[in-house]
Design a protein around this ligand. Sequence first.
Ligand SMILES: Nc1nc2c([nH]c(=O)n2[C@H]2C[C@H](O)[C@@H](COP(=O)(O)OP(=O)(O)OP(=O)(O)O)O2)c(=O)[nH]1
Length: 127
Amino acid sequence: MKTIHVAAAVIVENHKIFAARRGYGEFKGYWEFPGGKIEKDETPETALRREIKEELAADIKVDRLLGTVDYDYPQFHLTMECYLCHVARGTLTILEHSAFRWVKKEELENVDWLGADRIAVEWVKQL
Ligand SMILES: Nc1nc2c([nH]c(=O)n2[C@H]2C[C@H](O)[C@@H](COP(=O)(O)OP(=O)(O)OP(=O)(O)O)O2)c(=O)[nH]1
């Protein structure tokens, strides 16, 4: 099975976590931590800053690795490096997603997360 390697941002502000709903593709309608594929010659942190700039038009500071999720979808294996981040400059503006919300820790379970993200959500709840 092919492996997809992505970096995802758990962006925290005022004790809330940023969640975005995928607007297209096979996982349309599910919520995720924004991010994307790590390209050759990129570190996960560089990829993450690039993706957030592309998708959300803001600069983030990557604070630390929260954990790495390994998850089998029917179509591929996903390795997802999840980083705690905060907005360094600008305002998060959805350019590719269909919705966003700032979620309190206690409400994380009420979100319709992608399968892989449910694992990361367990870590976020313990922060
Ligand atoms: N970005 C992101 N992708 C996730 C998460 N959880 C999860 O299962 N995925 C899956 C969905 C996608 O199939 C894959 C990431 O692809 P992507 O579409 O975000 O990456 P990308 O922007 O670099 O891709 P592309 O449009 O260039 O193909 O990982 C998540 O929290 N964030």
